[in-house]
Design a protein around this ligand. Structure first.
Ligand code: BTN
Length: 248
């Protein structure tokens, strides 16, 4: 991962750029990384936009071809990627980094970055996966709206981080975790993912359809559904069904 890198000065979205190349059947090697200094129409999960100050942050997309992964296990790829990013960041920040389900990267109660994986499928397996990663690195300030919810490595460390070095670390961690996934080390991936999961086993307040309830995260399925215990019963939620309330 990361042997073949394409660096762009500006692009709408590195995920769009890579998906376009792939759909034109460009013979791109697995592990190709697209990086952009300025991404002016970055996309997040659930049709959100992803804003990042040009030149200061990591906005990349990585091409993987996990043909070995059947669709009923597809979330294991998300797990591997989130764990890898978490591990890479731990070299810079020893405490407080976690994975907020499904694949946000958190520093205590603030968002440091996120992952947007877009798969193409053949039959029952994944043909190509475009792994989009956005991390707030050297950005020092956030908009009024984001201030209370977002942070960056610069804000945490009070100094700049070398983006190339960080990229190398992330690529090498992704490569290791991807190899574990390929080898079928699912038990290890599931266990490590939940160990790093934000609010795992901690009773917290959630909202579903406008209703607040207290629940406890118990795990995540291979399809990516969140298991939350509520009054002794475990329910499964998908991405749009449940919201975390941080400040209650
Ligand atoms: C999220 O937190 O909702 C996911 C954010 C993912 C952002 C990255 S930046 C590089 C890649 N290209 C995009 O358009 N999005 C991802």
């Amino acid at each position: 991962v990361g042997q073949n890198r394409i660096k762009l000065l500006a692009v709408d979205s590195t995920n769009n750029f890579l998906k376009n190349l792939v759909s034109k059947s460009e013979p791109l090697p697995e592990g190709t990384v697209i990086m952009a200094d300025d991404q002016f129409a970055g996309r997040g999960q659930q049709e959100n936009t992803w804003h990042a100050e040009p030149g200061k942050n990591l906005t990349i997309s990585i091409l993987l071809k996990p043909k070995f992964l059947s669709l009923d296990k597809q979330f294991l790829l998300n797990m591997a990627i989130s764990i890898a990013i978490n591990k890479a960041l731990t070299f810079y920040v020893a405490n407080g980094i976690s994975i907020k389900w499904p694949n946000d990267i958190y520093y205590f109660d603030k968002k440091l970055g996120g992952v947007l994986i877009e798969n193409s499928v053949t039959g029952n397996t994944i043909k190509t996966a475009v792994i989009g990663i956005g991390l707030n690195i050297n950005q020092q300030e956030f908009s009024e709206e984001l201030k209370s919810k977002a942070t960056s490595l610069h804000q945490i460390l009070q100094q700049d981080v070398n983006l190339d070095e960080l990229l190398v670390e992330i690529c090498s961690q992704i490569e290791s975790l991807y190899l574990l996934l390929k080898a079928g080390n699912y038990t290890f991936l599931r266990k490590t993912y939940v160990e790093k999961l934000y609010k795992f086993e901690k009773p917290s307040i959630y909202r579903q359809n406008g209703e607040l309830f207290e629940g406890t995260i118990k795990g995540v399925t291979d399809l990516g559904l969140l298991n939350v215990e509520q009054n002794g019963k475990i329910k499964e939620y998908n991405f749009k069904e449940i919201e975390f309330l941080n400040h209650t």
